[in-house]
Design a protein around this ligand. Structure first.
Ligand SMILES: *Cc1c(COP(=O)(O)O)cnc(C)c1O
Length: 365
């Protein structure tokens, strides 16, 4: 790449794409993360060479040497965002430049090279363009895009790798909740934390997820849907779920979410909700919420609603909280009015049904 020019993408179309009939069958009920499109993006990086070999090519296994650094020391980061089909035949994405910026920040934390944000966004656009037939129709459906990058250098020494592979794959996704939004039960892990100060909690890296899986398994074991993590220092304050940020709604209409102090993933949905809630007339606060207060305020009725948010499930009400000594309900276990309203406001912007004063929706095709 020279002089800030965009990398040229070499296009090698899949010579054996899925037939239209088979694709239609797959799109009828894609679920989440099981069906994939015909193509992928790959871009390579090497120290001294910068980013090179940008391609759109047939989705295929990635040959890897057993000594590839990622397999040993987990230098890997990812993103997740959606492409939507709009009523007028256009294709849009929600704040892709925010994902690009976060990807660069995750790369910095993991001592990886930063892909230029415009190359990141263009790579998504190119993949959506070639695989546009894979974008499902219908409200709640979308094409989920998964950009990721890992250390591909063949070397067992412990230092930042000198070679990386950036890849984007795409997966059609149906409505996350079929049959309406159902409140989830969350499990407060007594044993595990997600991220400590100075750690990698604010980076979207696979390692954070690996570290959360034992706690998630514990949650399932306890009959819950998701784990909610407390802070690693005092085990007092609510951080977030394994892959979603958390909000609290009080009886005076105030929305509270934990602050971004480095142990919480800075969600783009979280950021959008903070803005939309303020515009809807709510007071919004970023401040720590202790688990003790969560329980006491839910009991007194001062806390009316709690919800989790993220790209995949958008907004999910939290109806029940279970911990080692008991459990309590939030808002009687039902989805709350503010949660439902903010969910609708966000989806309306994402789907092009509401005004977009912040320029969040990017038309890509
Ligand atoms: C991705 C992610 C979120 C949600 O981020 P969005 O940008 O809203 O999708 C929240 N928490 C964690 C741990 C995540 O990895």
């Amino acid at each position: 790449m020279s002089g800030g020019d965009m990398l040229d993408f070499e296009i090698r179309p899949n010579s054996t794409p899925v037939s239209a009939v088979d694709r239609a069958a797959l799109l009828a009920n894609p679920g989440f993360g099981r069906v994939f499109t015909d193509h992928m993006v790959t871009i390579r990086y090497a120290d001294g060479k910068d980013w090179y070999d940008a391609r759109i090519e047939a989705r295929a296994p990635i040959p890897m040497d057993p000594a590839a650094a990622v397999l040993h020391y987990a230098q890997e980061i990812f993103e997740g965002l959606k492409a939507y089909r709009t009523g007028d035949g256009a294709v849009t994405m929600f704040r892709p430049e925010a994902n690009a910026a976060r990807f660069a920040e995750s790369a910095r934390r993991m001592a990886m090279p930063q892909l230029p944000p415009e190359t990141f966004v263009e790579s998504l656009r190119r993949l959506v363009e070639i695989d546009r037939e894979w974008i499902p129709e219908g409200d709640g459906s979308s094409l989920y895009l998964r950009p990721f990058m890992f250390a591909s250098e063949v070397f067992l020494g412990v230092r930042p790798a000198k070679e990386y592979l950036y890849v984007v794959i795409a997966s059609p996704a149906g409505a996350y909740f079929s049959g309406g939004v159902k409140p989830v039960t969350v499990w407060v892990s007594p044993d595990y934390t997600r991220a400590a100060p100075g750690g990698t909690g604010a980076a979207k890296c696979g390692g954070n997820y690996a570290a959360s899986l034992a706690a998630q398994a514990e949650a399932i074991e306890a009959g819950c849907d998701q784990v909610v993590f407390l802070d690693a220092v005092e085990r007092r304050f609510v951080d977030e779920l394994g892959g979603m940020n958390v909000f609290f709604v009080y009886d005076d209409g105030t929305l509270v979410t934990p602050p971004l102090t480095g142990t919480i993933l800075p969600g783009i949905t979280r950021d959008a909700i903070l803005t939309l809630a303020a515009e809807a007339g709510h007071r919004v606060e970023e401040r720590p919420v202790s688990f003790a207060d969560w329980q006491a305020d839910a009991a007194s009725g001062r806390l009316r609603e709690a919800f989790a948010c993220g790209t995949a499930a958008v907004v999910t009400p939290i109806g029940r909280v279970r911990f080692s000594d008991g459990e309590f309900l939030v808002g009687g276990g039902e989805p709350g009015r503010v949660t439902t309203d903010l969910h609708r406001r966000l989806v309306d912007v994402q789907r092009g049904r509401a005004a977009d004063p912040h320029g969040w929706v990017t038309r890509v095709l």
